[in-house]
Ligand binder design. Sequence first.
Ligand SMILES: C[S@@+](CC[C@H](N)C(=O)[O-])C[C@H]1O[C@@H](n2cnc3c(N)ncnc32)[C@H](O)[C@@H]1O
Length: 264
Amino acid sequence: MENHTETDPVQIRESDHYQEQYMEEFVDKWDELIDWDARAEGEGEFFVRELKKRNVKKVLDVATGTGYHSVLLKKHGIEVHSADGSMNMLNKAFANASKRGHILRTIHADWRWLNRDVHEDYDAVICLGNSFTHLFEERDRRKALAEFYSVLKYDGFLILDQRNYNAMLKHGFSSKHTYYYAGDNVKAEPEHLDEGLARFRYEFTDKSVYHLNMFPLDEKYTRRLMKEVGFQKIQTYGDFKETYKEDEADFLVHIAEKSYDQEK
Ligand SMILES: C[S@@+](CC[C@H](N)C(=O)[O-])C[C@H]1O[C@@H](n2cnc3c(N)ncnc32)[C@H](O)[C@@H]1O
């Protein structure tokens, strides 16, 4: 990993940077940003419903973060293993889950070499909270998707979400594009947007400021990559709805199926 202290932040466009970005103080603040109650209201039962509909019993949460979805699924009786490449995030997730009466089974693993650390198979892999956008190189995206694919059972699912960067690039950033699950105590907005970088700025009530550099994924491109690594059918939801206007949805959720239909 490079030392970025002297680098122009807008030039930092690399997949390994997430380790540095999720520093301990930011991780501690993350739950102010991602308010769990606001999030529960925004998402509703969407993920639990989609998983249960598909009879999913065992899930690998590959972007555990501070543990919101891992805890949610456990509360609904789904077995979850919680992976993340950031030890700071896993520590926070473990503590958050313990506070709520759950013990997380955590796995410290980078998506690009997930199979080095994950040795079981799953009905579903979830990669949520606009996480996949941390990968800047196409090679990394392909590798990560292939790793997700390979830890799934033969008929498993991948659920991966992303912000609707196309709409942002096309129409510019509007106040609508704040995180739908952000708490009131934080201002979250893009500071820089071009075809290769979305740099978000998070300002907290104590005036502390943090940034995340992310790759502005094109939704059709994401779907194409999923198909190319072997996923057969992909359904995309806009703001948790089956029917949505491409320009208006803020969050897109892709549900990709591994199951191979020999009749096609
Ligand atoms: C935006 S956070 C989202 C966390 C959580 N899913 C949520 O919705 O609140 C992205 C997470 O992805 C993890 N991450 C980013 N790149 C990764 C990689 N290459 N391998 C493993 N984890 C990664 C980060 O450490 C971070 O916890």
